[in-house]
Design a protein around this ligand. Structure first.
Ligand code: GTS
Length: 211
């Protein structure tokens, strides 16, 4: 059976977990803290990042957007991207926008883990601007739509739903719900899907020095 290396808060890993659940693909979940010396992630990904999908032949598929593309290519039914090229491209654009928003948050999160006097306020402000801009654009694209792309659930919803679900867990004070009530209602609808309910993110304790 395939195995997915994951971490409890990871929005990137949650995308893959949701896709596998929506397609009914069985897999073993291996949860770890990739920041700890005990992490097995580097054995499978030279970039030392999870998620990593380990195939039955032992080979590894890594980088969440590529794992999502791999899953869609190998297990096309039910589709998570539209058949039309513009719909497919828009779904991928959502994933780029949402992954990038998470990336900026992660950079800010770890900068703020540094001793106060070693933190760069300029760097934090730059990353915060990207998180604000990313969430603003996600809210604009979603508007008051039922789904991110077209008229059915898919990759765009997985990407958008996981990034705001991640902010709820990692940055509970971030006021995106007050700023974007339609996005908040959309997120609440997504979180009612069984694939989202089974993959709710939770914080992890990082006990080793990372920065
Ligand atoms: N672009 C990567 C980002 C993955 C990523 O940053 N993973 C984190 C864990 S989490 O932030 O998703 O919880 C990681 O493994 N970090 C370890 C490292 O960067 O060395 C993807 O989309 O898969």
């Amino acid at each position: 059976m395939m195995k997915l290396i994951s971490a409890t808060p990871s929005p990137y890993a949650r995308k893959v977990r949701i896709a596998l659940a929506e397609k009914g693909i069985p897999f073993d979940l291996e949860t770890e803290v990739p920041w700890h010396g005990t992490s097995v992630t580097p054995q499978y990904n030279p970039l030392e990042k999870l998620p990593v999908l380990i195939l039955e032949d032992g080979s590894a598929v890594y980088e969440s957007h590529y794992i999502m593309e791999w899953i869609e290519a190998k297990y096309p039914a039910p589709p998570l991207v539209p058949a039309d090229i513009d719909g497919r491209l828009l779904a991928r654009k959502f994933e780029v926008l949402c992954d990038g928003t998470c990336d900026a948050f992660v950079l800010m999160f770890f900068e703020q883990m540094r001793d106060q006097e070693r933190q760069s306020p300029e760097w934090i402000a730059r990353q915060r601007r990207k998180v604000d801009g990313g969430v603003r654009e996600i809210a604009r694209l979603i508007g008051d739509r039922d789904y991110a792309v077209g008229d059915s659930f898919g990759l765009g919803d997985i990407a958008a739903g996981t990034v705001v679900g991640y902010l709820d867990v990692r940055w509970p004070d971030y006021p995106w719900r007050e700023q974007y009530p339609s996005l908040a209602a959309y997120s609440d609808r997504m979180e009612r899907r069984p694939s989202f309910q089974r993959t709710r993110p939770t914080p992890q304790q990082i006990t080793e020095k990372v920065v």
